[in-house]
Design a protein around this ligand. Structure first.
Ligand SMILES: [Zn+2]
Ligand SMILES: [Zn+2]
Ligand SMILES: [Zn+2]
Length: 274
């Protein structure tokens, strides 16, 4: 399984348009970036590729990292930075199965699968496959399991992707607070590579109108506001999930410049063979 981190940024990305903060400036100087979230998984045994989320930067990411177009895809939730690149497949991909959760979201009265189908009903190549969380589906020769996470007010899902032949396992937390349900943690556990949402360092919680939550024994918030894990929360989650290797993703330009490119914060284009 070859994993390429196409997009490792939050919803504005780094550099952010119109921003000359130290972190965006440092990114420009280093020639690195964090575009909106997407992960490419290539099954080298079958030659198929599975895409996790449709970044608005889809076209640019595929040109930049020169990875094969997807044969299937998963959408974790309906926020702009994860879904709104789907239109890019028009006239580029002949047919595409898109897996998305089938549970009704009380916030929208629709499941993620229904929202994707309704919003992109004109996209003929796309077939939405409503998928029950915590039940494993088989796609691109891989076992894929969506797991509920906590990203209020919308439903959102993390996922585990396993190669049944080699046992290689990739886990992705999705956009989530530290409050990932126990049965979801069990599915995400023991990955060779974990991609964990660590949007900002815990020190920035004082700037969030809602502050931080889910403090550890030292009082350090593991959740930023209500929707995302702090860096410290993501690292604690990685420890809990017993991941072999962890990269933090969905990173904001609010990281102070001197911390923004430290390990284990990911940048776009990283590639891992599991
Ligand atoms: Zn900036
Ligand atoms: Zn989100
Ligand atoms: Zn997001």
């Amino acid at each position: 399984m070859r994993v390429t981190l196409l997009g490792t940024g939050d919803t504005t990305g780094t550099p952010t348009v119109g921003c000359d903060c130290d972190t965006c400036t440092a990114a420009r100087e280093r020639g690195v970036e964090r575009t909106r979230f997407s992960v490419h998984v290539e099954n080298e045994r079958t030659g198929e590729s599975l895409l996790i989320d449709f970044s608005p930067d889809f076209r640019y990411q595929f040109l930049r990292d020169d990875v094969p177009l997807p044969d299937a895809a998963v959408i974790t939730h309906i926020h702009f930075d994860h879904l709104d690149g789907l239109g890019n497949v028009f006239r580029v991909v002949d047919s595409l199965e898109v897996y998305a959760a089938d549970e009704t979201d009380p916030q929208t009265d629709k499941s993620v699968a229904e929202t994707v189908r309704d919003d992109y009903h004109y996209l003929d190549p796309v077939t939405v496959v409503p998928t029950t969380p915590l039940e494993t589906v088989h796609s691109c020769g891989l076992d894929v399991t969506l797991v509920p996470v906590e990203h209020p007010p919308l439903v959102c899902y993390g996922l585990a992707i396993e190669d049944p032949w080699t046992g290689a396992k990739l886990s992705i937390t999705g956009d989530t607070s530290y409050d990932i349900p126990e049965e979801s943690r069990a599915v995400l556990a023991d990955a060779d590579l974990l991609l964990a949402d660590g949007i900002v360092p815990a020190s920035l919680c004082e700037h969030h109108p809602l502050g931080g939550r889910h403090e550890d024994s030292e009082g350090t918030p593991r959740t930023f506001g209500t929707k995302h894990m702090t860096r410290e929360g993501a690292l604690a989650m990685a420890e809990q999930l017993n991941a072999d290797r962890t990269r933090l993703v969905h990173l904001a330009h609010f990281y102070p410049a001197e911390e923004a490119f430290e390990e284990p914060l990911a940048i776009d284009g990283e590639e891992y063979v599991l």
